[in-house]
Ligand binder design. Structure first.
Ligand SMILES: Cc1cc2nc3c(=O)[nH]c(=O)nc-3n(C[C@H](O)[C@H](O)[C@H](O)COP(=O)(O)OP(=O)(O)OC[C@H]3O[C@@H](n4cnc5c(N)ncnc54)[C@H](O)[C@@H]3O)c2cc1C
Ligand code: FES
Ligand code: FES
Length: 1232
């Protein structure tokens, strides 16, 4: 369907639209759909695949490229990051696009950004890496000498699910001018990839003629002047049309973008740009000024122009709107128009401009109007354009401007609630509010923007008057009626939060008259630059086993050279597939209407079990076309009942599908529990968690003469092969006959999240007792775990959970009951630390409950109850070599717990509304060696040059199986590791391997590599003895000529030995400190110290990456990530980056210190090592209890009832606020 311009591509007429990619000019075919994005063009048409794709909503950053072009108005060269997934191809006409391939490669030499990211352990699975590289590259072109904090801010739109960000930030901060390790880039590095600025041509425009016509007849126009734009609007006013600037609104409201028939690109209309003074000293801002340009201009005005001091605060707030790439491509007018179309949209631009008393000028080409923003929202904008906004001067004397944004994640997140307040006070007159203030809110409801009654109330009142503040709060709470919001927070939360935000503003307006402790309520959490320390010792056994070294493929990943499944070039005649997904469940399927898309195969033929379930597959000649066609298919169904969408609901309806017999482990529970003075009971519901891998679901199947070749990212290739052969059987043959062509399917994030299995939600009820010696005596856990619509691997999951619920603490008696509950959702599955991650949090909260009831220090209580050598654990194993006490003492000292607790107490005393908390805990993770299949490694040595290829049967997910196995092989063969090349896992090379999971696949493959290398070494021994001085290459040559086989397969088959359920435990301890803004519920993890017992680490660099990555994934699980389902249709409402938030760089501990325990060889593990991929996730539970400590400090200081604070995770700002119990009694003015 697409015409291209090089090689076999068809050459277009010279007048056709064009763009440059990595300095090569490409014509853009006129028959691509206007919906086609730059990413589609790069990946599908040009097959330049270093640029990745995942969310298609500008939310993850893996698709970022650099765009360079001549500014349509100023003529200056612009260079910026662009989310290629959301940029319409036709709006890139005349651009120079630089992709990751354009700046460096193995052949041309890697770019310093690529090599620093790779060498600094910043690339694990590597799928996010090109996006990070290109974010840095494009922003450095604009700002070659950034500070460390600026570099950190470069990545506010990039998500990495593997590394935990610390290594990425550390590597990238070498690009900062103020870094201790500063190695700023020179201009040569920064201009790699593109023509010089002087060679840029003016962007071609096309007047009134459409430059493209789409498959549904849509047209795309590229006017070059305001006159042309108005002429077009005059013609198209009565037809569905849409102006397009950055098109970033399509990342939020996808349907809006899809419905227009005429798309008018306004980027190249020069009259809409520019910032200038108005006649009365105001500031006029063109509507096409980007959010980034606005920040720069406002910062400047705030510093230098009288009457605009408040714009500095506005700029600061704007830094928290969307992310770097969006802000550089999106205009403020587009944001206001989103609010126009969706009044409930919590637009930050609206609240900021409205509180700044801005007006906008609009025109339809015939007449112009100047409107206040409230009137703009009511205006019919069809055929009209926003031309500019005017910001008036505001008398700086006594003026206060404050704005707030409370979000589910620090950056790159929309607001639960936002607000901007502008008020002027007369200090000398008791801080009297001199004129009517402007109090603007977003996120309350579509109808409520201005707190009009509160504005009236405050006018002329003194803030120091006792009644003023309480009266203002009451008025506000009465007039703000938050609407129910499916994905927002509760109305009660937003009402209370609105009052708290206004209170913060009033405190800041009269802060000079308040004691410091009271004024702390006016503060917001300051984001300090992140830093990290890694404390480890290399224990070589022998080298390079034990050496810290990055993954061998890291540089290729950072340069976009690593090939992921969807990166293979499309074969001739390849077909692309997309699922048609069921919209609602439970339902009976009646028919599938596919008039415009050809119906091929039905998957769910009668019953729809969950929303998102595939019901048919559409095939097309490109992924883009398949996705579009799948959307056109109408599924005809009839709902058959009310769905069950949560574990709590499943428990209420008793939808049990599997129940394990109750267990009593150790002493009789009733005897151990009864009669204890300290008994507690409680329950918590733990949320689901999505994998949210940045490489989403992809598979490709090619029929060959041997059968089907399946390529897919999968944790167990053999299971995939077995399952396919079982499922396909006869149908597989049919598919070969019917299609006879390769088929590929790539699913972006939204469809993936709709059907993907997740970590199950759980409801856990507990009873526990402790003795007078503060020792845990008995614990009973009644667990209901969500299976989804059917049982998947629930029995194994349940086992993991039960066997982890003791965590790191000894208890002589357990009663365990476990049920699997059916819900109308996809099946649940294993996610990093499947049992231990929920179990550790639940156990920690139980320990917390007991410590509270006993009235003892929770840290001390946990220390007392840590497992000691010789105690029997929940599985029945005798604990040995856990090192808990040693690690606890060492970390307690290294993290200066006592000193910091004293500092925290002092801080809390002096800051009423900012509180800090610190907690320490431990975790234990059973490492299961009893597997049904071996781990295998195949080594092939090349006599011609001495190089080695290594294949293993594991699934490399970034955890470094490959590099560790290569280290093992190189150590045994005594060769340079750079001679070793890792090959992709292939079930035909190494069949029947064990699944990759449980964290221990790396060590088993190392052992298999040792076995393989030892075989070859033995064969080489006589040749070596005869040729002691031969080089490695000569040695292999001689061996080959002597008929020695230079290939070997090593296999490691493991068992637990005499232990039950596990071979050993992977253990760790952690200390976390948090600071909470009590009035907003937001918090920051100030510092985390983690110590893990890795045994003898096989590669401490990689292992530290695993520790940090797991911890940050746990941070997301416990404090941020939540899934929400529509209670009528069972649809997953959190199916994208807009509503499902995983941690980003700004959320990780500001100070993250990782310690690898020294001198602790693990006798039970191969090569004396311990597994590390999953265990550290549980230590993140200390983030939750650190925040709890802070909340408790507030409650204690303000005399709130002393009670155990129970809650259901994730511990979001909403829950923090609820637990803090802030009420009207707290929101008063207490003078000095
Ligand atoms: C990942 C992500 C995160 C975000 N986070 C936030 C956030 O935290 N806070 C927030 O407030 N917003 C947020 N946004 C919204 C973002 O600010 C807007 O998408 C952006 O400002 C829209 O500008 P645009 O140039 O891309 O507009 P487009 O998408 O091109 O256009 C949007 C609408 O505005 C109309 N339009 C554009 N210019 C004009 C004009 N001059 N006259 C008349 N109509 C016009 C268009 O016709 C269209 O209807 C986020 C968006 C994304 C994708
Ligand atoms: S930001 Fe483009 S794919 Fe996610
Ligand atoms: S390395 Fe970042 S997502 Fe895997």
């Amino acid at each position: 369907m697409y015409r291209q311009t090089t090689g076999s591509m068809e050459i277009q007429a010279p007048s056709d639209p064009y763009l440059f990619v990595n300095d090569v000019r490409y014509e853009i075919p006129r028959d691509c759909s206007p919906e086609m994005t730059l990413n589609d063009f790069l990946r599908e048409v040009l097959e330049i695949k270093g640029t990745k794709v995942m969310c298609k909503e500008a939310g993850c950053g893996c698709c970022i490229v650099c765009a360079v072009y001549k500014h349509p108005s100023s003529g200056e060269a612009v260079s910026k990051p662009v989310n290629s997934c959301i940029t319409p191809l036709y709006s890139t006409v005349g651009w120079h696009v630089i992709t990751v391939e354009g700046i460096g490669s193995a052949k041309a030499g890697y770019h310093p950004i690529q090599s620093r990211l790779a060498d600094g352990y910043g690339s694990q699975c590597g799928y996010c890496s090109p996006g990070f590289v290109m974010s840095a590259y494009s922003q450095l072109r604009d700002n070659p000498r950034p500070t460390e904090l600026e570099v950190e801010h470069f990545f506010d739109g990039n998500i990495c699910r593997c590394t935990g960000y610390r290594p990425i930030l550390d590597a990238m901060k070498t690009l900062a001018c103020d870094s201790e390790r500063s190695q700023c880039l020179d201009m040569e590095d920064l201009s790699r990839g593109c023509c010089s600025a002087s060679a840029l041509e003016k962007i071609p425009t096309s007047g009134l003629a459409p430059i493209a016509r789409g498959w549904r007849g849509q047209r795309f126009y590229n006017p070059g002047s305001l006159a042309d734009l108005f002429a077009l609007l005059g013609r198209l006013r009565s037809q569905p049309h849409r102006l397009v600037f950055g098109n970033t609104s399509a990342g939020v409201f996808k349907e809006d973008a899809a419905s227009a028939e005429h798309l008018l690109n306004i980027r190249n209309v020069p009259e809409l740009y520019g910032i200038r003074d108005s006649e009365d000293g105001g500031l006029i801002i063109g509507s096409s000024v980007s959010l980034h340009e606005l920040i720069v201009a406002f910062n400047d005005a705030g510093r230098r122009r009288p009457g605009f001091g408040h714009l500095g605060s506005v700029a600061e707030h704007l830094q928290r709107v969307a992310n770097q790439a969006v802000r550089r491509n999106a205009c403020w007018a587009g944001n206001l128009m989103m609010k126009h179309a969706h009044p409930e949209f919590p637009s930050d631009v609206y609240v900021l401009l409205e509180a700044s008393r801005a007006t906008v000028r609009i025109s339809d080409g015939v007449s112009e109007q100047q409107l206040v923003l409230a009137d703009l929202l009511r205006q019919d904008m069809r055929g009209r354009v926003i031309l500019s906004a005017t910001l008036p001067k505001i008398n700086d004397d006594g003026h206060h401007f404050r704005s707030f944004k409370v979000t589910p994640r620090r950056l790159n997140a929309h607001a639960y609630l936002n607000a901007a307040f502008s008020l002027s006070v007369d200090k000398k007159d008791g801080y009297r509010v001199t004129e009517r203030p402007s109090l603007v809110f977003g996120g309350v409801s579509g109808k409520f923007n201005h707190a009009v009654k509160t504005e009236n109330y405050l006018q002329n009142r003194s803030l120091l008057d006792e009644e003023t503040v309480s009266g203002a709060m009451q008025t506000l709470e009465a007039e703000a009626n938050p609407a129910e919001e499916a994905c927002g927070t509760s109305p009660e939360h937003r009402r209370g939060l609105a009052a708290n935000l206004l209170y913060k503003c009033l405190l800041s307006a009269c802060a000079d008259a308040l004691p410091r402790s009271e004024a702390s309520g006016a503060d917001t959490l300051e984001r300090r630059a992140q830093s990290g320390q890694q404390d480890y010792e290399e224990e070589l056994q022998p080298a390079p086993i034990g050496r810290a070294m990055p993954k061998l493929e890291a540089r290729a990943q950072a340069a976009g050279e690593a090939k992921y499944v969807n990166d293979a070039p499309a074969a001739r005649s390849e077909l692309f597939a997309a699922f048609v997904q069921a919209p609602e469940a439970p339902a009976a399927l009646r028919d599938i209407k596919a008039d415009e898309a050809e119906k091929e195969e039905l998957l769910a033929s009668s019953e729809i079990r969950y929303s998102g379930q595939p019901v048919a597959i559409v095939l097309a000649s490109s992924q883009w076309a398949a996705d579009q066609a799948a959307r056109l298919v109408v599924v005809d169904y009839e709902q058959t009942g009310d769905p069950i969408t949560s574990v709590a609901e499943a428990v209420a309806k008793n939808s049990v599908i599997m129940q394990a017999p109750d267990d009593n482990v150790g002493e009789d529970f009733d005897q151990a529990y009864d009669g204890q003075a300290c008994q507690v009971e409680g329950q918590l519901v733990i949320n689901e968690q999505a994998h949210f891998s940045i490489e989403t679901l992809t598979a490709s199947v090619a029929p060959t003469e041997e059968g089907l070749v399946v390529t897919a990212p999968h944790q167990w290739v053999d299971a995939l092969a077995m399952t396919l052969s079982r499922i396909l059987g006869r149908p597989a043959n049919q598919i070969r006959v019917v299609l006879g062509r390769p088929v590929r399917m790539y699913m972006s994030l939204g469809p993936t999240l709709a059907l993907a299995m997740k970590r199950p939600g759980m409801l856990l009820r507990y009873r526990a007792a402790a003795g007078p010696d503060e020792k845990l005596r008995a614990a009973s856990w009644d667990i209901s775990s969500e299976a989804g619509y059917t049982l998947n691997m629930q029995a194994m999951l349940a086992d993991e959970l039960k066997h982890s619920i003791d965590s790191a603490f000894f208890c002589p008696s357990y009663r365990l009951s476990l049920k699997q509950m059916r819900t109308d959702k996809p099946e649940s599955t294993f996610v990093r630390g499947p049992g231990p991650a929920p179990a550790c949090l639940a156990n920690l909260l139980l320990m917390d409950h007991l410590a509270f009831q006993l009235g003892v220090d929770p840290i001390e209580f946990k220390y007392r109850n840590l497992y000691s050598d010789g105690q029997i654990d929940i599985v029945g194993n005798t604990r040995r070599g856990d090192n808990f006490q040693r690690m606890w003492r060492e970390l307690h000292q290294a993290a200066e717990v006592e000193k910091r607790l004293a500092e925290i107490a002092e801080f809390n005393k002096n800051n009423r509304f900012r509180k800090r908390g610190l907690d320490m805990s431990a975790s234990s993770y059973n490492i299961f060696y009893d597997r049904g299949r071996p781990s295998q490694v195949y080594l092939a040595l090349q006599a011609s040059d001495g190089s080695v290829t290594l294949s293993h049967g594991g699934a490399e997910m970034g955890q470094g199986i490959g590099v560790k196995a290569a280290q093992a092989a190189a150590a045994i063969l005594e060769i340079d590791i750079n001679l070793v090349k890792i090959k992709a896992t292939d079930s035909h090379v190494l069949p029947n391997n064990e699944v990759t999971g449980g964290s221990s696949t790396s060590e088993w493959n190392c052992q298999a590599a040792v076995e393989a290398a030892t075989q070859i070494k033995e064969r080489l021994r006589p040749i070596r003895e005869a040729n002691p001085d031969a080089s490695w290459k000569d040695l292999l040559n001689k061996a080959s000529q002597a008929g020695v086989s230079l290939a070997a397969m090593g296999s490691y088959y493991c068992k637990n030995g005499d232990r039950k359920g596990s071979r050993y435990s992977s253990t760790g301890v952690g200390v976390t400190e948090a600071e909470v803004d009590i009035l907003t519920g937001e918090f920051e993890i100030r510092r985390a110290d983690l110590m893990m017992d890795v045994g003898k680490s096989l590669n401490p660099g990689v292992d530290i990456g695993q520790i940090e990555g797991a911890f940050v994934m746990g941070l997301g699980y416990y404090t941020m990530e939540r899934t929400l389902y529509d209670s009528d249709s069972a649809k997953n409402l959190t199916d994208g980056t807009w509503n499902y938030k995983v941690p980003q760089a700004a959320d990780i501990p500001r100070d993250l210190r990782v310690h690898v325990l020294r001198n602790s060889p693990n006798e039970a593990g191969v090569l004396s090592t311990k597994a590390i991929g999953e265990p550290p996730i549980s230590l993140a539970a200390t983030c939750v209890t650190a925040v709890k400590r802070a909340i408790e400090a507030f409650r204690e200081q303000t005399g709130k009832p002393k009670q155990f604070l129970a809650f259901d995770p994730p511990l979001t700002p909403e829950k923090v606020l609820q637990l803090s119990g802030v009420s009207a009694a707290d929101r008063v003015i207490r003078q000095k």
